[in-house]
Design a protein around this ligand. Structure first.
Ligand SMILES: [Zn+2]
Length: 120
């Protein structure tokens, strides 16, 4: 089930996209490329669900959302080892410690926006 977190996230994506359209004199936003950290709790389907509703009547209506998941990076607080997560959260492969610091992987970024400029 979707929750309010995704709604807030989707609203900020919409704001960024519509602003980009306005700044560039674009009539329409066609594609939005999102980079989402592996550890982000954001669910693609939920964002898409909200998107279909809240983008209506804005320059971003009908724009396609592209989700790209990027691996998380962790740093071991015990030995300083830095490593990339494969699937699930795992202890430090070097020393087995679970005292870990998340370097990246919780982010959600609007990476790139494609817009359509009205001719003339
Ligand atoms: Zn370690």
């Amino acid at each position: 089930m979707a929750d309010m977190h995704e709604l807030a996230v989707t609203e900020s994506i919409l704001e960024i996209a519509n602003q980009a359209a306005a700044e560039n004199g674009a009539s329409r936003v066609t594609d939005i490329y999102l980079t989402i950290g592996q550890l982000s709790s954001v669910v693609d389907d939920s964002v898409q669900f909200y998107w279909d509703h809240i983008s209506q009547g804005t320059p971003s209506e009908g724009a396609i959302l592209h989700f790209q998941r990027v691996p998380a990076r962790l740093r071991c607080k015990a030995c300083g080892n830095e490593y990339e997560l494969n699937e699930e959260l795992m202890p430090c492969p070097a020393c087995g410690s679970i005292a870990l610091e998340i370097m990246s992987g919780e982010e959600l970024l609007v990476n790139h926006i494609d817009i359509l400029k009205e001719e003339e």
